[in-house]
Design a protein. Structure first.
Length: 201
């Protein structure tokens, strides 16, 4: 924590500082630490991380999916059609190949996609409406704005992002040099993560 706020500081200025710098601000009362101000996205990432790390089977699934990506057990290019077997979000060409919803042009800002075999299996195991929304997200918003679409995980799960879609949690990594989203895993989380027990002030 690089900044310290006191009772005389303007709350809007402190929040602006937190959002601009991603720093945590320690609030002191009577010279002693009383609270910390962090961004809502940072809090969400911390909560997801705590919830995920509390489930060893879930951590194991994430690590196994990462290993699958590293070993080449993945889908890319035309093979991405396997992630969307009903072709609702991947457009199949007449020749039988597949492409993302629109052909990428030189001006296209969409990211590329690589998906792990465990992520494909997990999508197939979700309830239809949840799988549908997860695929819509993966082939849509995720490839348009992968950084803004997710929250960063922390600690042991650092360098991964997560996005909750219905009752699924989409876990992914970014290769910013190649502009590729690496879809690691899709977890059926139900009520596991993203507790909404914070008060709004």
């Amino acid at each position: 924590m690089a900044a310290v706020a006191g009772k005389d500081d303007n709350v809007d200025e402190v929040v602006d500082h937190v959002l601009a710098t991603r720093e945590r601000v320690l609030v002191e009362r009577d010279g002693a630490p009383a609270a910390v101000i962090i961004s809502a996205r940072e809090l969400e990432g911390l909560e997801y991380t705590i919830d995920l790390l509390s489930e060893p089977k879930t951590v194991r699934r994430i690590l196994e999916a990462e290993a699958a990506l590293q070993s080449g057990n993945l889908y890319m290019g035309e093979e991405l059609a396997a992630l969307d077997p009903d072709a609702r979000f991947v457009v199949r060409a007449v020749t039988g190949g597949a492409s993302l919803a629109a052909a990428r042009s030189s001006a296209d800002t969409r990211w590329g996609l690589v998906g792990s075999e465990p992520a494909r299996k997990a999508l197939d195991e979700l309830q239809f409406h949840v799988a549908d929304e997860a695929r819509r997200f993966i082939f849509g918003q995720l490839l348009i704005d992968p950084i803004g679409s997710g929250v960063e995980l922390h600690g042991f799960l650092a360098r991964r992002l997560a996005t909750k879609v219905e009752t699924a949690l989409v876990i992914y990594r970014l290769d910013s040099v190649k502009r590729v989203v690496r879809l690691v895993e899709v977890l059926n989380i139900g009520g596991l993560v993203g507790r909404q027990d914070s008060r709004h002030w």
